[in-house]
Write a protein that binds this ligand. Structure first.
Ligand SMILES: C[S@@+](CC[C@H](N)C(=O)[O-])C[C@H]1O[C@@H](n2cnc3c(N)ncnc32)[C@H](O)[C@@H]1O
Length: 338
């Protein structure tokens, strides 16, 4: 493994042309160092607008190394940044907030704003959840949605903080529906909407994925014998011109299990059925151990099996701030045109 100083300098030099392009596009949120691929496994350095977010997943970064790293980034970008260090190397990957040495300045932990594709996004260095409020490897997908949403009805599934919904609204969608079961995540989505007051308002549905998508798709809601289902919002069957499906790797609820390794089909099938006849479904799989080729086959087979032939299937890779030595980035995205 390279010494951190050398690895970070190389990563920053490598990114210079990309960063110039991103700045010109109205983007100041990006990954500056992707440790697993650039010489320091378990370490990531991201810029979120005015904030520099350093995260460690394997071991705690010594204080001097952290401060040196921050100054190298500031120097390369030619701008001062508010440092937040989240050490997620402790049990269960929660953030270690116990050591005062690593406590950030109040100003760095304040509610800040970052930009992507000319849109404002809420940036909060620490909050109730563990992940940053915007997943940076999905930037190209949000860009695609922004460029292809004009006049469309858009359904953003597993919406999290509604970044994809915001991109659709900015692209001129006639209707944007964000769906997630976590009210706290949708609340950030509402903040994101409010930070871009020129856009048409988005809709938010707080619901478990399974009952919601099955109602949109006109499918019955399965109940396990002897298990009464919790209440869920009632929705009319309907389809959307553009559907975005980016689920977490694994999650269990009273209605079903999200499992990207063993059962992508039960997520995909109703999502396809809720996509208009000539619509577009963008689906993602962020599990590193699922390779693109077999997953793509699975997706194509599922579409064929339910009688929804595809006109086109395009692979969308993350941008170069997420380099991948083996050409197999963990986040895989397919754009399916029906
Ligand atoms: C990895 S994030 C998805 C990222 C998101 N697509 C984006 O654009 O940033 C996972 C989201 O899925 C939501 N979620 C997990 N299981 C769910 C379920 N069964 N129904 C609805 N939402 C769920 C979580 O609340 C979380 O917001």
């Amino acid at each position: 493994m390279l010494p951190l100083d050398q690895a970070l300098r190389a990563a920053l030099a490598q990114r210079a042309p990309l960063l110039a392009t991103l700045h010109a596009q109205g983007t100041n949120c990006y990954r500056l160092f992707h440790g697993s691929q650039e010489g320091a496994g378990g370490l990531t350095v991201d810029r979120y607008g005015p904030q520099l977010l350093v995260q460690s997943f394997h071991q705690t970064l010594p204080r001097d190394a952290l401060l040196h790293l921050a100054s190298l980034c500031e120097e390369a970008l030619g701008t001062p940044l508010q440092l937040v260090y989240n050490d997620r190397s402790q049990g269960n990957s929660r953030i270690d907030r116990s050591d005062p040495v690593y406590q950030a300045e109040d100003a760095a932990l304040a509610d800040l704003i970052g930009q992507e594709w000319g849109l404002n996004y809420r940036v909060r260095g620490r909050h109730a959840g563990q992940d940053p409020l915007l997943f940076l490897d999905l930037r190209n997908a949000r860009g695609w949605v922004k460029a292809h949403s004009a006049g469309k009805s858009v359904l953003n599934l597993f919406a999290y903080t509604c970044g994809v919904g915001l991109a659709a609204a900015a692209g001129g969608a006639r209707e944007v529906v964000n769906l997630d079961f976590a009210e706290g995540n949708l609340a950030v989505g509402r903040e994101n909407g409010a930070l871009n007051p020129e856009l048409a308002p988005m809709q938010f549905i707080q619901s478990d994925y399974f009952p919601a998508i099955r109602q949109f798709a006109g499918l019955p809601i399965a109940q396990r014998r002897g298990h009464k289902l919790p209440p869920y919002p009632r929705l009319a069957a309907r389809s959307f011109d553009l559907v975005f499906l980016d689920p977490p790797a694994w999650a269990k609820s009273a209605f079903g299990t999200v499992d990207l390794l063993r059962d992508y089909q039960s997520l995909l099938k109703p999502a396809i059925l809720a996509t208009a006849e000539d619509g577009v479904l963008i689906c993602c799989n962020n599990l590193a151990k699922v390779a693109l080729a077999p997953w793509r086959e699975q997706v194509l087979r599922c579409a064929e099996k339910i009688g929804r032939p595809l006109r086109d299937c395009q692979v969308l890779a993350p941008a170069d701030d997420f380099p991948s030595q083996d050409g197999q980035p963990p986040l895989k995205t397919l754009i399916l045109q029906f």
